[in-house]
Design a binder for this molecule. Structure first.
Ligand SMILES: [Fe+2]
Length: 264
């Protein structure tokens, strides 16, 4: 989201507030039922109280509950202060938030991979021990966190380090009921699979990272169409519920939202 103090443009180029407003409008227009929204971090660009108040005010227009994990741009204290009713934002283990809840037989785990003051991914031994205990074989599970624990191919982001990445992956490898690990941080829709676990990175509701797969590519973003991911889970098969993920593009151009009959 990268919302700035007073709604200013991020990096002086990206109208992230407009992106947030369009996102909320897009989610609200769906006529089918959506259970919840999980935002995988970097709600704010600058960590300011003002930025979180803007995010909160806009998210209050949603008709569905939402959950948050912090990103490296977030100030965890300010975020918890503004989203006071999200008490899990103070569920700290080793200065990391870990919170889990059951929703219709699916376990959702919110995992904080942010070390204050650094863009690098970071999962401590303490939070990983707790995660291991949370991964209950009786429940199919989805984990949301900010930094993806795999190389994206976007070189300048892959150069960031990741404390305990392999330990995290080893924990996931030992389970057979983690349906999805949903991430942010690398603003582009990316999918990969490791040891039967699906990993997805959500696009941004504003700017996207440039798809330049040269190792030495500069850190650039582009103003491509914003988006988000939607996941549909069929829980009628409790042993192996099916998950289908949709990439949704957000547009504020009315002509792109008109529907036409399509029969073949
Ligand atoms: Fe980030």
């Amino acid at each position: 989201m990268h919302i700035c103090q007073d709604g200013k443009y991020a990096y002086e180029v990206s109208d992230t507030l407009k992106g947030l407003k369009n996102f909320v409008r897009n989610l609200n227009k769906h006529t089918f039922n959506i259970d919840m929204l999980c935002i995988t971090g970097d709600l704010s660009d600058d960590g300011s109280i003002s930025s979180y108040e803007i995010v909160r005010e806009n998210l209050s227009k949603l008709r569905i509950p939402y959950y948050l994990v912090p990103g490296n741009h977030d100030d965890k204290e300010n975020m918890a202060a503004v989203f006071q009713d999200h008490k899990y934002l103070r569920n700290y283990v080793d200065n990391r938030i870990l919170y889990s809840f059951l929703y219709k037989s699916i376990k959702i785990i919110l995992l904080d991979s942010v070390s204050v003051g650094s863009p690098d991914g970071s999962l401590t031994d303490g939070v990983l021990s707790l995660l291991e205990r949370e991964l209950d074989p009786d429940y199919n599970t989805i984990i949301f966190l900010h930094q993806p624990p795999f190389l994206s191919g976007i070189g300048f982001m892959d150069n960031q380090s990741y404390l305990n990445k392999n330990k995290f992956l080893n924990i996931l490898e030992k389970t057979d009921n983690v349906m999805l690990v949903g991430c942010g941080h690398i603003y582009r829709q990316i999918f990969t699979k490791k040891n039967n676990v699906n990993f997805m990175i959500a696009p941004s509701t504003a700017m996207q990272l440039d798809l330049n797969l040269n190792d030495t590519a500069p850190g650039d973003f582009v103003l491509e169409t914003p988006g988000y991911l939607m996941h549909r889970i069929d829980i009628s098969n409790k042993i192996s519920p099916e998950i289908i993920s949709y990439g949704v593009q957000i547009t504020d151009k009315k002509e792109m939202e008109v529907t036409y009959p399509f029969n073949d």
